[in-house]
Design a protein around this ligand. Structure first.
Ligand code: PBG
Length: 327
């Protein structure tokens, strides 16, 4: 008789035993659903490079959030498209700005049923398309974080639950925390795009949100995609500055960064599966080359398996339907 083989297949014998042994679970409650709201838009508008994603006029917001809430998704992340851009990005902190209006509409109708998150950045609002303010042809860090703080406070006044700075300016979390606390919003949560990489996976988003830089690129502020330890230093800095939830972005090509962050820090961790990840899957699925639900399931489980506690994904609605067996 030979030595008994280690029979790993024993635990894969039946559907039920596989269910029992499943290490990673996914639920609609893990998702954060991005929504784009555009000022002065008359009706919903398709985003060419992101099939099934639309830019919404303000009067569609409540209906959309209702549909998201019905799917048991606990959070939305609001991105705005203003009708006017300027050098100061002033539409971003206008108390009557499109995002501020969207936040108060959602708050009024779904205040208790939805965690309202909003992007805090400048690229949709500045004439330069950069995430900060321009001084001497450069993206200036310290004046930018003052403006980012004004944006966060204006969103807090509108009723936001979570502000999500994505500009990758140094010190943005500390500045926003101080600004929020000074204005009486110590309960507003900061979920920072802590390690946001300089990625070509953002291309479809720039089409959706009209925020491509008009000159240069984002290499002086976003993390190089070659660097894991630098990403970890970004996370570390945000934790020191008092962040509540950190985010790794993009997700799929950065599972090592997610895993390393999870291993090193005891902090809630989100991952942003970005527009390019969405577009790639949609393109292949629409050609019939892969089965969308299967690929989406595998990707979202992988992001969770790597260590994400929550996932910002454009598949939030369709994946929630899939998980509830309605697809
Ligand atoms: C801008 C911002 C970007 C994304 C979210 N916020 C684009 C960028 O940095 O160019 C990308 C999100 C996505 O691709 O889904 N601050």
């Amino acid at each position: 008789m030979s030595f008994p083989a280690r029979r790993l297949r024993r635990l894969r014998r039946s559907e039920k035993i596989r269910e029992l042994l499943q290490e990673t679970r996914l639920s609609p409650k893990d998702f954060i659903c991005p929504i784009f709201v555009q000022e002065n838009l008359e009706k919903r508008q398709k985003v060419e490079s992101m099939p099934d994603i639309e830019r919404l006029p303000l009067n569609e917001i409540v209906r959309e959030v209702g549909a998201i809430s019905d799917l048991d998704i606990p959070a939305v992340m609001v991105f705005g498209l203003p009708s006017k851009k300027d050098d100061a990005g002033s539409a971003a902190f206008d108390e009557k700005g499109i995002v501020q209006k969207a936040i108060s509409e959602i708050k009024k109708n779904y205040g208790e049923k939805m965690v309202i998150m909003a992007d805090v950045c400048l690229c949709q609002y500045t004439s330069s398309g950069h995430c900060g303010l321009i001084k001497d042809n450069k993206v200036d860090n310290d004046s930018s974080i003052e403006t980012l703080t004004k944006i966060a406070v204006s969103q807090a006044k509108a009723g936001v639950d979570v502000v999500s700075p994505s500009a990758m300016m140094d010190g943005q979390v500390a500045a926003i925390r101080l600004g929020l606390d000074d204005a009486g919003f110590s309960e507003v949560v900061i979920m920072s795009h802590s390690a946001k990489h300089r990625s070509s996976f953002y291309a479809p988003f720039r089409d959706a949100a009209d925020c491509a830089p008009k000159f240069g690129d984002r290499k002086t502020y976003q993390v190089p995609y070659t660097n894991l330890m630098e990403a970890i230093r970004e996370v570390e800095a945000d934790i020191k500055e008092g962040v509540d939830i950190v985010m790794i972005k993009p997700a799929l090509a950065y599972l090592d960064v997610i895993a390393e962050t999870k291993r090193r820090f005891n902090v809630p961790l989100s991952a942003y599966s970005v527009s390019g990840e969405y577009a790639l899957v949609k393109a292949a699925a629409n050609q019939g080359w892969v089965k969308e639900e299967d690929i989406v399931s595998e990707i979202l489980y992988a992001i969770k398996r790597a260590g994400a506690d929550m996932i910002v994904t454009y598949f939030a609605k369709s994946a929630a339907k899939m998980l509830q067996g309605n697809l």
